[in-house]
Write a protein that binds this ligand. Structure first.
Ligand SMILES: Cc1cc2nc3c(=O)[nH]c(=O)nc-3n(C[C@H](O)[C@H](O)[C@H](O)COP(=O)(O)O)c2cc1C
Length: 187
């Protein structure tokens, strides 16, 4: 069966550089004979996770819908900025909702356990959001995701992409292709 991968941005900002990067990665993945879907987290708004809310109302429909996509995918790629050197609230909140069991028959961490993931980032500074990748890698590893060892942080985001959203640097483009090939192989 053809493998399927989701591409997400850790930013829902309208002109997000990380969304540009996630969409670029999705286009690269399409050249590798796999099914590819870009998931915009703005289309899946969820309340801030609260266990009382979960007990009273269950998971929001958006979380259920997104969970189905994760379950049917072999893996995913996240391009995310760092906020104060760690992962963004929208990404953490989404992962928290998706990490929960929605019924007793569901296997634990069904969205994440043994799925493959790649992580990349971009930001306007020289580090390109690099520090946020460490906590993201740790979090994903602890919920059973096999995270590709190679990662990329793209600095100086304003100059990193051309008008079509492609990476200008050939070295960075090759690094992304290598990361995606590994993601597809292990997914
Ligand atoms: C609350 C907040 C915290 C931030 N902290 C960092 C940071 O620690 N390191 C950094 O490089 N940029 C930081 N930034 C700047 C973001 O990297 C920048 O806004 C980036 O463009 C956001 O990604 P996006 O373009 O994908 O939305 C922060 C921005 C916000 C709103």
């Amino acid at each position: 069966m053809r493998k399927k991968f989701l591409f997400l941005s850790g930013s829902t900002r309208k002109d997000s550089f990380n969304t540009t990067l996630a969409r670029y990665c999705a286009e690269v993945a399409k050249t590798h004979d796999v099914d590819v879907e870009f998931v915009d987290l703005a289309d899946y708004p969820m309340p801030i996770f609260n266990q009382d809310l979960e007990s009273e109302s269950g998971a929001p429909e958006t979380a259920k819908a997104l969970k189905e996509k994760f379950v049917s995918a072999n893996g995913f790629l996240i391009a995310s900025p760092e906020y104060n050197s760690t992962i963004t609230p929208v990404l953490k909140n989404t992962i928290d909702w998706l990490s929960r069991k929605y019924d007793d028959s569901e296997p634990r961490l069904v969205c994440f356990s043994d799925k493959a993931a790649a992580i990349v980032s971009t930001a306007s500074g020289v580090l390109g959001g690099l520090r946020g990748l460490d906590p993201l890698r740790l979090l994903l590893s602890h919920i059973g995701v096999n995270v590709v060892g190679k990662q990329l942080a793209v600095g100086f985001a304003q100059e990193a992409f051309d008008e079509k959203g492609k990476l200008v640097s050939q070295d960075q483009a090759e690094a992304i292709n290598t990361i995606i090939k590994t993601l597809i192989r292990i997914g």
